[in-house]
Design a protein around this ligand. Structure first.
Ligand code: ASP
Length: 419
C-alpha cells in the first residue's frame, strides 16, 4: 500500500503552513493565558495523537520487516557486505557533516561579542562507557527490549531470527508466510495513520510557533544561520554528490520522492518516530527493496545523525566563542570522535542532540552550562536537523540498494507522476 504521492504531500505542506500562520497569529495577538489554553486543549492533543500513532508502529514494523529482510538476504557474508557499506557511508557522512559545521562556524564566529544570559538549567548526561554501548546491543530479554523500544537490541534480535529462518529453510515456510502477511498489515496501518498526518503536523507546528514566537531567535540568529547553512550545504551538496557518483540517479528527483518523510521528520523532530514513514517512502517512492531498507533505516534512525553532528560542530565553536576559549586541532578530532560515538549510543528522539552535545563539551573541557544559551532555539533547529538525519538514512539506503541490484529504478522515476 502506497502513500498517495502528490496529494498527501500537498496536504501535509498545507498543514505545516497553516500551523505556522495560526501559531504566529495566536502568539502575536492573543493574551498569554488564552494562547496557552489553545495550545493545551487544541494543538497539543492534535499533535500528540499523531506522534503516538506513528510511534506505535515502530517496534512491530522494525521487528517484522527486519526479520523478513534478513531471512531474504539469507547468508551472513551478504549481510556483512551490506552492513559494511551502510556503516561506511554512515560514518563518512557524519564525519563530513561535523567538519562542515566546524568550518562554517570557525569562519563566521557566531559566538563572539555576544552578551546573552544563560537561560534554562541544562543537566548534562553521564558519558556512556564505550564498551557498555557495545555489550548492550545483545539483549537479555527481547520482550523488555521491545517494551523499552531499544532499537539496537531489537535489530540484533530480528537479525538473529532472520538468519535462523534462512538456515532451517523449508521448515520455516509457515512462519515466513505469516510474517509476510503481518508485514503487509503493518504497512497498511502506517498508510492509514498517514491520512491523519496533515492534522497532526498542523498541531505539532502550531504548538511550537504559538509557544515560542520568533522573538527568542533574534539574539541567536548567527548561530542558527551557521547550523542551517551547514545543514543546507550537507543536504544540497554532499548527499547529491554521493548520489551522483555512486548511483548516477538524479538527486533532485531523490528529494522530490522523499519529501513526505522529511516533512514528518520536521514536525515530529524524531527520526525514530518517523521510521514507519521513512520505510514506506523507501519502498514505495524510492524503489529500494525491503531486504535493504529494513536493515539500513532502523539502523540509521538510531546511529546516523548527520544533522545532529552538524549542530554539535557549530555549537561547540559557538560555546567556545562565548566563553572566549580557543579550540585546538586535537579538540576538533575529539569532537568528531565523541559526536559519532555518542550518536551510536543514543536514539533518534527529540532533543537528544543536546544530551550528546553535553558529552562532547565535557570531553573537551567546555562548560556545559553553555547549552543553556542555545536551548531556546533548539526546538526549531531540532526539526530542521531531523529532516537532514532521515535524508541521510534514505540517501545511504539508495546507494546500498542500487549497488546490490536491489533497487527499482522505474519506481524511482515514477514516484512523482501525477495520479
Ligand atoms: N531529533 C533528532 C533525531 O531524532 C536527534 C537530535 O538531534 O536531537 O534525529
Amino acid at each position: 500500500m502506497k502513500l498517495a504521492a502528490g496529494k498527501l504531500t500537498r496536504w501535509i505542506l498545507i498543514g505545516l503552513g497553516a500551523g505556522i500562520v495560526v501559531g504566529l497569529i495566536q502568539y502575536l495577538t492573543l493574551p498569554a493565558d488564552v494562547n496557552a489554553a489553545i495550545i493545551k486543549w487544541v494543538h497539543n492533543p492534535l499533535g500528540v495523537v499523531f506522534l503516538n500513532a506513528i510511534r506505535l508502529m515502530v517496534v512491530p514494523l522494525v521487528l517484522v520487516s527486519l526479520t523478513l529482510g534478513t531471512a531474504a538476504i539469507g547468508d551472513l557474508s551478504k549481510l556483512g557486505r551490506i552492513g559494511g557499506k551502510t556503516m561506511g557511508i554512515y560514518l563518512t557522512t557524519t564525519a563530513i557533516a561535523i567538519s562542515i559545521g566546524f568550518i562554517l562556524a570557525t569562519t563566521v564566529h557566531p559566538g563572539t561579542n555576544l552578551d546573552i544570559p544563560v537561560e534554562g538549567d541544562f543537566q548534562g548526561g553521564e558519558s556512556p562507557f564505550v564498551m557498555d554501548i557495545i555489550t548492550d546491543i545483545v539483549p537479555t530479554n527481547p520482550v523488555s527490549s521491545m517494551a523499552e523500544g531499544n532499537m539496537l537490541q531489537i535489530i540484533f534480535f530480528a537479525i538473529l531470527a532472520g538468519l535462523a529462518i534462512a538456515k532451517i529453510g523449508k521448515k520455516a515456510d509457515p512462519l515466513m508466510r505469516g510474517l509476510e502477511s503481518l508485514d503487509q498489515v503493518i504497512q497498511a496501518m502506517v498508510v492509514l495513520i498517514m491520512w491523519y498526518a496533515p492534522i497532526g503536523v498542523f498541531g505539532l507546528i502550531a504548538k511550537v510557533v504559538a509557544g515560542e514566537g520568533f522573538a527568542v531567535f533574534v539574539p541567536l540568529l548567527k548561530y542558527m544561520f551557521c547550523v542551517v547553512g551547514a545543514l543546507a550545504i550537507h543536504g544540497l551538496v554532499i548527499y547529491p554528490l554521493y548520489l551522483m557518483i555512486l548511483t548516477k540517479l538524479n538527486p533532485w528527483r531523490f528529494y522530490a520522492n522523499i519529501w513526505p518523510a522529511m516533512l514528518v521528520a520536521f514536525s515530529t523532530s524524531s527520526s525514530n518516530a518517523t521510521l514507519p514513514v521513512t520505510m514506506n517512502v523507501a519502498g514505495t517512492r524510492l524503489g529500494a527493496k525491503e531486504s535493504i531498507y529494513s536493515f539500513t533505516l532502523p539502523l540509521g534512525a538510531t546511529i546516523n545523525m548527520d544533522g545532529t553532528a552538524i549542530m554539535q560542530g557549530v555549537a561547540t565553536v559557538f560555546i567556545a566563542n562565548v566563553y572566549g576559549i580557543d579550540l585546538t586541532l586535537g579538540n576538533f578530532l575529539t569532537v568528531v570522535m565523541m559526536a559519532t560515538l555518542a550518536s551510536i549510543g543514543t536514539a533518534g528522539v527529540p532533543g537528544v542532540g543536546l544530551i550528546m552535545l553535553s558529552m562532547v563539551l565535557t570531553e573537551i573541557g567546555l562548560p556545559i552550562e553553555g547549552i543553556g544559551i542555545i536551548l531556546g532555539v533548539d526546538r526549531l533547529l531540532d526539526m530542521t536537523r531531523t529532516s537532514v538525519n532521515i535524508a541521510g538514512d534514505l540517501m545511504t539506503t539508495t546507494v546500498v540498494a542500487k549497488s546490490e541490484g536491489e533497487f527499482d529504478v522505474a519506481r524511482f522515476l515514477a514516484a512523482n507522476k501525477p495520479e
